[in-house]
Design a protein around this ligand. Structure first.
Ligand code: MN3
Length: 245
C-alpha cells in the first residue's frame, strides 16, 4: 500500500497513541472512548451514544431498526472488540485505524475479530454522525462543489453511489472516500471492512447490510438507498471533508 506523507504521519501518530493532527473523527472518537486510566485492566471501548432519538430518522429509517442496529449490532462489535483486547493487552494502545490498516501486526488469533469488529465499530461510529433528523436535501458548502467537480452533478453522484450500493453483493458498505491520491471515489467494501484498510478516508458511507433496512424495506435495497439521502447530515460530511485524515 502506498501512503502519502500526510497519511503516513497520521498513522504514525495514531500508532503512538499521540494524536497530533486534528483530522480524523474516528481517531478522536477512539481517543475519547479509550480508557488509559483503567489501571492496566486494558482498553475499554464504549458504545458511542446515538446522537438523536431512535425515532428521529422516521419515516426514512424506522425506530425499531435504529434500536436494534445501534443497541444490538453496534454494541456487539464493541463487546467483541473489548474481549479481543483483553486477550492481547499488548496492542491496547494502538488505534483501531492503525490496526485495521496493519492487520498483519495483530496477533493471529484475534486478527479476524479485529478486522470485523474494529471495522464494524469504526464504520458505525461514523454512520450515526453523518445522519440527522431533517437532514438531506442538496449538499451544501465544500462538499457540494467537490461533488459537482468530480461527478458533474449531485444527481449523477447519487445515482452512481446508489448503483454501487445496490450492486454490493451480500453485506457491506458503499462509500464516498478520499483515496491516497486525495481524489474522491465511490467504493464499496464487503462485510465490515473499513475503507481505511485500503488507505482510503471515508467522507460518507451507507450501510447496506440487511439489518440496516430489512424491517421496513424488506428486499427493496434500492428504495432504502434512495430514501437514505433524506437523512444525510451535510454539516458533518463537510466536517469530514475538511479533516486532514
Ligand atoms: Mn450495520
Amino acid at each position: 500500500m502506498n501512503l502519502n506523507r500526510r497519511q503516513f504521519i497520521f498513522f504514525l501518530g495514531a500508532s503512538a497513541g499521540a494524536l497530533t493532527l486534528d483530522a480524523c473523527a474516528f481517531a478522536q472518537n477512539i481517543t475519547s472512548n479509550s480508557n488509559p486510566a483503567s489501571g492496566g485492566q486494558g482498553r475499554v471501548i464504549q458504545l458511542p451514544p446515538l446522537p438523536y432519538a431512535y425515532n428521529a430518522l422516521e419515516p426514512h429509517i424506522d425506530t425499531q431498526t435504529m434500536q436494534l442496529h445501534h443497541d444490538k449490532h453496534h454494541a456487539a462489535y464493541v463487546k467483541n472488540l473489548n474481549e479481543a483486547f483483553k486477550k492481547h493487552p499488548e496492542i491496547q494502545d494502538k488505534k483501531l485505524e492503525y490496526l485495521v490498516l496493519h492487520l498483519e501486526t495483530v496477533p493471529k488469533d484475534i486478527r479476524t475479530t479485529i478486522r470485523n469488529n474494529g471495522g464494524g465499530h469504526l464504520n458505525h461510529s461514523m454512520f450515526w454522525q453523518i445522519m440527522k433528523p431533517n437532514g438531506g436535501g442538496e449538499p451544501t458548502g465544500a462538499i457540494a462543489s467537490a461533488i459537482q467537480e468530480r461527478f458533474g452533478s449531485f444527481a449523477a453522484f447519487k445515482q452512481q453511489f446508489n448503483e454501487a450500493g445496490a450492486g454490493r453483493f451480500g453485506s457491506g458498505w458503499v462509500w464516498l472516500v478520499r483515496d491516497p491520491s486525495r481524489k474522491l471515489q465511490i467504493t464499496t467494501t464487503p462485510n465490515q471492512d473499513s475503507p481505511i484498510a485500503d488507505g482510503n478516508y471515508p467522507i460518507l458511507g451507507n450501510d447496506v447490510w440487511e439489518h440496516a433496512y430489512y424491517l421496513k424495506y424488506q428486499n427493496r435495497r434500492a428504495e432504502y438507498l434512495n430514501a437514505w439521502w433524506n437523512v444525510v447530515n451535510w454539516d458533518e460530511v463537510n466536517r469530514r471533508l475538511a479533516a486532514k485524515g
